[in-house]
Ligand binder design. Structure first.
Ligand code: F6P
Length: 368
């Protein structure tokens, strides 16, 4: 949407799960806005929670100096602050009570005279952003997630760092697996998308790669492990997504976060598989769940570069009045798409992805 109204005072927020590169993108937004366009920038604390609770403060050059390589987000974030379904308390049974607080959000945005808001987040944040833009608050989105599962963009920052962290973990586990002649499983994040596991599994040459998009057969996973132990390569390295499931079976749920718009948290499939493989094969097995280590720490150079490009592009869009769109990469080029195209949708690994073919060709099994 092209809007003739110019943005002079802009807000910026980071929503959803954090990822490496968020500070780099905040820095790019603030520096471009102030130095190139003389805009006033306001930091909104903890994602949409900051607009619900009116925690909004000016951001200066000094606030963003020296943060390019820092993990986390100086603004804080929340993955429980959907304005349409916001938890305002709990009933007698401990169940959450939800309210639509969109009006509160728009009133606070107006109180601070924000002409537009840069929303940095994943599918859930983009869904919340489309709600407030429907109330007349102009928005520009910047996609982020380690999962790399947003539709309409080929890449999100945070992914490269998560893959590097997971690859290093797999490499480390390989040496101990080899010493002890064990079957070792390393579980990675990604919700229902297997991007991190596929890329880290490929990068470290995992023997078996289990991703949500390809159902596995326990028999085949066991047979491969036994075959390797007989061949003298007396260990097996298995990269497994938290969302992996057997053909005809279910995902393993770690917990339900009732207050969250996306309440199911996956986790534990590697431990289940570890037991099953040990029982069936008699091989010694161990599982490691990488968890939030994949979300923390300093971003790779690639993620810092991408975050800087995204932040710069978002401000240029704001200045041109190109509201209600989110930055994207398509065919390797920086572009933008309507926010609604990103809201609440997930981009899964296609089962004919060329990297899957390359992994199969170089000896990896997908358990299928
Ligand atoms: O979407 C990012 C992500 O790290 C997923 O990979 C993971 O399933 C989920 O968030 C974990 O959420 P939480 O931080 O609430 O445990």
């Amino acid at each position: 949407m092209k809007n003739e109204r110019k943005a002079c005072r802009i807000g910026v927020l980071t929503g959803g799960g954090d990822c490496p590169g968020l500070n780099a993108v905040i820095r790019a937004v603030v520096k471009t806005a102030i130095a190139q366009h003389n805009l006033a920038v306001f930091g909104i604390k903890d994602g949409f929670l900051g607009l619900i609770e009116d925690r909004v403060n000016p951001l200066s050059f000094d606030d963003v100096s020296n943060i390019l390589g820092k993990g986390g987000t100086i603004l804080g974030t929340s993955n429980k602050a959907d304005p349409v379904r916001y938890c305002v308390g709990h009933d007698g049974k401990g169940d959450p009570i939800f309210e639509d607080v969109t009006d509160r959000v728009t009133q606070n945005a107006r109180r601070h005279r924000l002409d537009a808001i840069v929303c940095i987040g994943g599918d859930g944040t983009m869904s919340a952003a489309s709600t407030i833009l429907a109330q007349g608050i102009p928005v520009v989105g910047i996609p982020k997630t380690i999962d790399n599962d947003l539709v309409s963009t080929e890449i999100t920052f945070g992914f490269d760092t998560a893959v590097a962290t997971a690859t290093e973990a797999l490499d480390r586990i390989r040496t101990t697996a080899s010493s002890h002649h064990r079957v070792m499983l390393v579980e990675m994040m990604g919700r229902n998308a297997g991007w991190i596991t596929l890329h880290a599994g490929a990068a470290s040459g995992a023997d078996i790669i289990l991703i949500p998009e390809i159902g596995y057969y326990l028999d085949k996973v066991c047979a491969r492990s036994v075959e390797r132990s007989k061949q003298g390569r007396a260990y097996t390295l298995i990269a497994v997504s938290e969302g992996a499931k057997p053909v005809g079976g279910e995902v393993v749920v770690d917990r339900i976060v009732h207050e969250s718009p996306d309440p199911v948290r996956l986790g534990g499939v590697s431990e289940v598989l570890c037991e099953q493989i040990a029982q069936r094969t008699g091989l010694e097995c161990r599982a490691t769940i990488l968890g939030h280590v994949q979300r923390g720490g300093t971003p790779t150079a690639r993620d810092r570069v991408l975050a800087t490009q995204f932040g710069h592009k978002a401000v240029e869009m704001l200045v041109r009045g190109e509201f209600n769109r989110t930055v994207a990469v398509q065919d390797g080029q920086l572009t933008s798409v309507p926010i609604e195209e990103v809201a609440n949708l997930q981009r899964l690994v296609p089962t004919n992805d060329p990297l899957i073919q390359a992994c199969r060709a170089t000896g990896a099994s997908f358990g299928d």
